[in-house]
Design a protein. Structure first.
Length: 258
């Protein structure tokens, strides 16, 4: 067993190393208040969550482009308005006891963080299709306005969509921002440097030591999704990954039995 194995570390990982992906989504309905509350109660230092823009311009925390998996119905959520989305049941797909969970907007999560000093830092993932620069600018402007309206909000703004990052970067000059990729593309580090981004978020299963070294030697923060196994987490931490995003924060934060 490695000296740094999770099993030998009292208290296991540090809170600052663990990000609850879509909240504590392994056991709670993803991207809901109950999943965020559970993440905080478990001691996760971070929460990752997805933000989309609706037809009326409102922002909503929701992963999929369409209804069907986490909410009954069909169709593109981005073609709906907030009053239509606000009444969706986004809990009962996970378990019937969560039937009361409704979608929430980013401003609610920002207010929740501000309500107590130890609440997790938020990783906002802007969901936006590539090739629609006007849509990217629109969602960037809306999220930037929400963050500006919450002074002291602790977050990282991230996206796969480079147009969205390019649009939001100048609007929030002091907010950390990160590009999300799967495997590391050859131009990702230079894009981050040119745009003034502070980090790269990679699919941890596709990260190798050479890519990790390229990212770290450029002075970028390195965070990985979506890591649910201890073995994979240890492989990544040993390569210098600073945060793992996981559906099961309890696996990494709950002390082992003596
Ligand atoms: O933020 C990184 C990760 O969440 C991207 O994948 O599909 O879970 O949003 P996805
Ligand atoms: Ca995400």
């Amino acid at each position: 067993m490695s000296e740094t194995s999770l099993a030998t570390v009292p208290g296991r990982l540090q809170s600052s190393q663990v990000c609850a992906h879509r909240g504590a989504s392994g056991h709670y309905p993803e991207n809901t208040q109950v999943a965020f509350d559970a993440a905080a109660a478990l001691g996760a230092g971070w929460i990752e969550t997805d933000v989309q823009q609706l037809a009326d311009g409102e922002l909503v925390i929701f992963h999929d482009e369409t209804l069907g998996r986490t909410a009954r119905g069909e169709g593109d959520i981005r073609e709906m308005t907030w009053p239509e989305v606000a009444v969706l049941d986004v809990g009962s797909w996970k378990r019937s006891e969560f039937a009361g969970e409704r979608p929430i907007r980013p401003n609610a999560l920002m207010a929740w963080q501000a309500a107590a000093p130890d609440r997790p830092t938020i990783i906002w993932e802007i969901k936006c299709d590539d090739g629609y620069p006007t849509a990217a600018q629109r969602i960037a402007g809306a999220l930037a306005a929400e963050i500006e309206a919450h002074p002291g909000h602790r977050c990282v703004v991230s996206s796969f969509n480079r147009e969205a990052l390019t649009a939001i970067r100048p609007l929030l000059p002091t907010t950390p921002m990160a590009l999300i990729v799967e495997a590391l593309p050859t131009d990702a580090v230079s894009f981050c440097r040119e745009q003034g981004l502070e980090g790269l978020h990679l699919d941890g299963h596709q990260l190798d030591a050479n890519s990790a070294q390229r990212i770290l030697s450029a002075g970028l923060a390195l965070r990985c999704y979506t890591i649910n196994s201890e073995t994979e987490a240890m492989r990544l931490l040993e390569m210098g990954v600073e945060v793992i995003m996981t559906d099961f924060p309890e696996r990494f934060l709950t002390a082992l039995d003596p």
